[in-house]
Design a protein around this ligand. Structure first.
Ligand SMILES: [Fe+2]
Length: 104
């Protein structure tokens, strides 16, 4: 079992922080799975295989969303920033700057 995901001595981290780290890694892994399915679908010629990959990628969207929601519940300031950016219309950079200001 690998423990190299930590940047600080694991025994010095609280249980809450270690759970946060695990969920951050899960979020990264779900994003990577979404990426890999996207690439596979891009090159796959068999329609049935491609449909299965698309279905699997949709599962990864759900996993990513659940991981993210867990993390946002632990970091209200992160939620504040994302609320200003996500599901909004308009310039994404401006929305990000506005979200950052709301978090300060
Ligand atoms: Fe997944």
């Amino acid at each position: 079992m690998a423990f190299d995901q930590y940047h600080e001595p694991p025994h010095e981290l609280s249980d809450e922080t270690r759970t946060f780290v695990r969920m951050m890694l899960s979020l990264i892994e779900e994003a990577q799975a979404i990426d890999w399915y996207e690439q596979r679908m891009s090159v796959e010629k068999d329609k049935q295989a491609k449909a299965i990959m698309k279905n699997a990628q949709h599962e990864e969207f759900k996993h990513f969303g659940m991981d993210l929601e867990f993390l946002l519940r632990k970091k209200p300031v992160w939620r504040t920033v994302l609320k200003a950016i996500l599901f909004q219309e308009g310039d994404i950079v401006k929305l990000g700057e506005a979200g950052e200001e709301k978090a300060e």
